[in-house]
Design a protein around this ligand. Structure first.
Ligand code: ZN
Length: 171
């Protein structure tokens, strides 16, 4: 099932999500399947549960855009445990469509998370994957990428979004 993507302005995006405590249930399996389906439908490389209105610490990532089944990652209750180097690049978010900004992130990042069965693992990614680990983990703590841009740019973006909201073009 493809869920609609929640847009900026909905409080679910700016609150810390709840820790997942039950694993390997049919509901969780189905939910993860739906998350991948929703992410591919929206043409994203990552999706966090709050973006489909569910306040739980679950995110899915596929930096291959569905080309490589091995690239499919599920991170539950993730934490960033190591960051090395820096990368500058454009970043966008499915919940803030139509906007992109330069965001500085770590270049090589290790995430510690649990899988569908609740088993803990560490995974290190570079470049786009490192960016996705940081972007999605941020989501689960209620932080959007726009918290990493200048206040000036952020205010400008928020004003543009308000205009879209008033015109009924932000749903
Ligand atoms: Zn996002």
């Amino acid at each position: 099932m493809v869920y609609p993507i929640v847009k900026f302005g909905d409080p679910v995006l700016e609150n810390e999500a709840a820790t997942v405590t039950e694993f390997d249930t049919p509901e969780l399996h189905k939910f993860i399947e739906d998350m991948f389906e929703s992410m591919y439908a929206a043409k994203g490389v990552g999706l966090a549960a709050p973006q489909i209105g569910v306040g739980k610490k679950i995110a899915v990532i596929d930096t291959s855009n569905g080309e490589d089944p091995e690239a499919k990652l599920v991170i539950i209750n993730p934490k960033i445990v190591n960051v090395e180097g820096k990368q500058d690049g454009e970043e966008g978010c499915l919940s803030i469509p139509g906007f992109r900004e330069q965001v500085r992130r770590g270049k090589r990042v290790t995430v510690r998370a649990q899988n569908l069965k609740g088993e803990a693992f560490d995974q290190t990614g570079e470049d786009l994957l490192a960016r996705a680990f940081q972007h999605e983990t941020d989501h689960l703590y209620g932080r959007l990428y726009i918290t990493h841009i200048s206040a000036l740019k952020r205010d400008l973006m928020k004003r543009k979004i308000k205009k879209l909201q008033r015109a009924g073009d932000w749903k």
